[in-house]
Design a protein around this ligand. Sequence first.
Ligand code: 4AD
Ligand code: MG
Length: 467
Amino acid sequence: MKAIKRTKISELLKSTAYGAEVNVRGWVRTRRSSKQVAFVALNDGSTINNVQIVIDVEKFDEELVKLFTTGACLSVNGTLVESIGGGQSVEIQATDIEVLGECDNTYPLQKKGQTMEYMRTVAHLRPRTNTFGAVFRIRHNMAYAIHKFFHDKGFYYFHTPIITASDCEGAGQMFQVTTMNLYDLKKDDEGSIKYDNDFFGKQASLTVSGQLEGELAATALGAIYTFGPTFRAENSNTPRHLAEFWMIEPEVAFNDITDNMDLAEEFIKYCVQWALDHCMEDITFLNNMIDKGLIERLRSIVDTEFVRLAYTDGIKILEEAVANGHKFEFPVYWGVDLASEHERYLVESHFKRPVILTDYPKEIKAFYMKQNEDGKTVRAMDVLFPKIGEIIGGSEREADYGKLLARIEELGIPMKDMWWYLDTRRYGSCPHSGFGLGFERLLLFVTGMANIRDVIPFPRTPNNAEF
Ligand code: 4AD
Ligand code: MG
């Protein structure tokens, strides 16, 4: 076959160089044939759109044409021609076709309209479908937008460790990392496991958050963000929880809680606007196939001011709803950790726009949050979104050495793990704030997908680590 430089389908579909000799490569999505012509829809992942290959059957070996099956990988030489049929502007009149990879009828993606549950069982192949191709292109674009947002604002991308000895959120939901022989565990006289001879000489785990190290960086570089995988061994089988998810955590010296809320709101709107500006083909597909309200919801977010409300006032609204006959599955009272149904009631039913809830009871929040004068609440902020519930969690940090130390002791957090963190408050302490955005929760919102397992290529959840 004549060597012609390959053109990506995304480029080709924009071309008007009719008559040009081109080469495209990709996977067969569908094929239709009549006696004289075969039409093959080819996709190479560069766009959701396929290019149509028109094959004059008489000019090709009959046995070769039989190999142009759904899923097969083809290299096609041909002439770019203006398309007469509706839909696309150009198609390729094939002159030469090579089958790079055959595909027989055991191919799991032959049937259209499979369930999302089924697609998870073929997660190694699902990026070849329209829906998952769209989702993963959007995922890439969102990652790029996030780096661009912070870089343009003068934040530094700071790499925090994946393996750690401290539990940032203090929720005890960490996966242990060990090289010890689990069949022959050494224990001391009290029956406790001895970690002295383990790889790190102490108990180590996968991180639940890069925040603590992020604070070290912010109190040196001024403004930083992390963007990496985080791990939680919580046994939550919900459409919004993963055991391995990606988190973005900005941390800024001299920011108070209001600056923190401003940053969070600007950041999320920037990401959504970026998706509308750069991913419209994929979003339009998802709007048509997955979630009819998607585009409207995305547009409404960038145009509306988020509500800012204290937790205590949020509870009053929820209690009123209960008094007026609204049924929640879980009880509502001051001090309760809000369930997703409560968060969504505030956002979707009461205010009908995103809500930033602040000043939560200290008992339900992490040790590092700045304590309010009332002695009961801390300067926490959760950003609550329609359909998602909590999308961001953050706070102003306790900058006072004495108060932080007292809280650490009160909660019984082992001090030997915390000395380096306390040093930020001991040496040149400063007010500072930050938050964490769950990357997959953002993607749920931007793609309209219903389950968090479908916005990450290979989801890790309880009882599932396939692929
Ligand atoms: O609210 P979280 O636990 O906050 C922190 O980890 C802080 N250290 C962040 C900070 O202030 N720097 O988690 C932050 C966000 C949540 O709002 C949610 O979007 C996401 O991370 N998240 C999860 N996403 C998927 N699966 C899970 N199991 C998640 N747990 C939290
Ligand atoms: Mg949270």
